[in-house]
Design a binder for this molecule. Sequence first.
Ligand code: FPP
Length: 236
Amino acid sequence: MNCLDIPKHIAIIMDGNGRWAKKHALPRRAGHVAGAKAIKPIVIHCNKIGVELLTLYAFSTENWNRPKDEVDSLLKLIRHYINNMYSYIKYNVKIRFFGDLRVFDQQIIDKMKQIEEEFDKNTGMTFGIAINYGGKDEIKNAAKEIARKVTAGELKLGDIKEKTIEEHLYTKGFSNVDLLIRPSGEYRISNFLIWQSAYAEFLFMENILWPDFKTKHIDIAIEEYNKRNRTYGSVK
Ligand code: FPP
């Protein structure tokens, strides 16, 4: 990986769990369990190669439209995952949970806060997990809070900058997405980090489902990223 430009922020839409389960004649929830198992090696690898921020889409605001038993099993899996996240501390990563986290009970909310705080002394990559997250919901909430501040006289209308919006997003303090990866052959971003991906490079990987996603796929994605010409609307 020497001499390659490592994207600062990699975002991944972990798609294809259901198809993976079907392929193996297993229930959909088994696909999500396999998808959860695929995460750790990717986090360790991204941290090792110098990625600063890795964000994963675990549960979207639209995922509520799935059958109740699938929603329940996904949230149960995520809850179990969070309860076991202390094992990540040795990898020197920081952790951020973002989205409308009120979906969880106080025990899990406290646990997430505790993990974020305890891992903050680590010096490596930040691992962000989007839970009950939707880009439109995030921007709507930011707009509401900014409007409230204007109405209360805490903020002047003329002082609203792009930075003001960014400071009111769940991802406050995150850098913009450099590379957004979606395995499994779907060509959309499904409401993930829509503001933050304004100038991201997109890589839709066709022949791989998330539970089979390995560190080599990150390397392939970074090589592809290095072939892109990022002009940000200018000329190069
Ligand atoms: C999309 O696959 C995947 C999801 C909606 C959930 C992603 C969740 C995980 C990988 C595991 C849980 C996360 C954590 C952090 C423990 P899909 O079900 O839409 O697949 P399909 O398109 O093949 O049906």
